[in-house]
Design a protein around this ligand. Structure first.
Ligand code: COA
Length: 159
């Protein structure tokens, strides 16, 4: 069984992420979305909220599972029989960062495989931080995040 992992912070999940998830699910038996507890980032949403949002927006894709993890990516890969890790590449600036991570991971675990999917051009400029910033200053983020996520964002800013 080919089980791939798409790891990330997903604070929050955007339509760019969703596009990668849909495509990863088409080329695998199971696509696991792994939400990381990243100590170097200060997320707006808790891990539980991020997992909940991803479950909602991927509910129609039968072979998608959502999980969360902390610690090294290679440990999750080893312990959960992951065939390959999937990452999306938006632009050349992603490439520098991604190649470093892929090579470090391969050094830590020789069976580690990283597959890259080129982001669709309509989503190549999106990042979670930018979506949050635009929303914070009252800009329109419709079409950049799933509608369910927009509702979570409105709810969060009310609090
Ligand atoms: N659409 C929209 N946004 C995208 C995107 C896409 N297709 N692809 C990347 N992004 C954005 C994200 O929104 C995120 O934006 P932000 O910084 O504004 O939040 C940014 O690109 C990158 O974030 P993400 O993909 O979530 O990765 P990350 O850098 O937060 O984490 C991990 C990547 C989880 C793979 C990495 O941190 C990791 O492996 N951690 C575990 C610890 C470990 O093993 N470390 C050693 C690794 S060598």
């Amino acid at each position: 069984m080919k089980k791939v992992l798409y790891p990330g912070t997903f604070d929050p999940i955007t339509n760019g992420h969703l596009d990668v998830i849909e495509r990863a699910s088409r080329v695998s038996d199971v696509a696991v979305v792994g939400v990381i507890l990243n100590p170097s980032k200060k997320p707006l949403f808790t891990v539980e909220e991020r997992v909940e949002m991803i479950k909602k927006v991927t509910r129609k894709i039968n072979n998608v599972e959502v999980d969360c993890f902390s610690g090294l990516l290679v440990d999750y890969v080893k312990n959960n029989n992951i065939t390959a890790v999937v990452r999306g590449l938006r632009a050349s600036m992603d490439f520098e960062y991604e190649i470093q991570m892929a090579q470090m991971n391969a050094r830590l675990y020789d069976k580690m495989e990283t597959l890259f999917l080129m982001t669709r051009s309509d989503y190549s400029f999106i990042s979670s931080s930018m979506v949050k910033e635009v929303f914070h200053f009252g800009g329109n983020i419709e079409g950049l995040v799933p509608n369910e996520v927009l509702e979570y964002m409105k709810e969060k800013t009310k609090k």
